[in-house]
Write a protein that binds this ligand. Sequence first.
Ligand code: GLU
Length: 180
Amino acid sequence: MCGIVGYVGPKSTVEVLLGGLKRLEYRGYDSAGVSVITKAGALETRKRSGKLSVLVEDIDKNPLGDANIGIGHTRWATHGAPTDGNAHPHLGGASQKLSLIHNGIIENFAELKSELLEAGVTFASETDTEVAAHLIAAEYDASGDLVDAFRKVVRRLHGAFTILAVHEDQPGLVVAARRN
Ligand code: GLU
């Protein structure tokens, strides 16, 4: 397991997230990424394989908007090569409004992925993680309740993991779960 950070509050969110990931660097990782929901209400994501400094350079070139909420991740690849596309966060749903990060392994991801593929979902990565993003996005679209959607899906996941998610329509809420 590598690094995972969530923040809601008055400080500069990008600075808090990158500072948190910097402190967790000693744990080792191959990729890093962040999502924020800007004060203007847009979900924005930057993610890169390689060192945290590569992500920081990217954000310097393409700054993220001012935000009071966000999530940050360093990845140690278990499912899928350490590429930009497999780096977290992963977006879920047709609207791509849900952003999710995950450390650990979702052991039953293959059967969950088959279910989603049958339902016509397209995947942007080779990770086990992305199934959780799509499942939670679908539950949220059905109920409009992010906490409930998150709980329902986490109950279906097997393995040892930590998961954090935000949704563009819920700009005051980071949902989180840890198993084992
Ligand atoms: N299993 C996930 C992946 O390969 C998360 C790995 C991690 O703990 O960073 O993307």
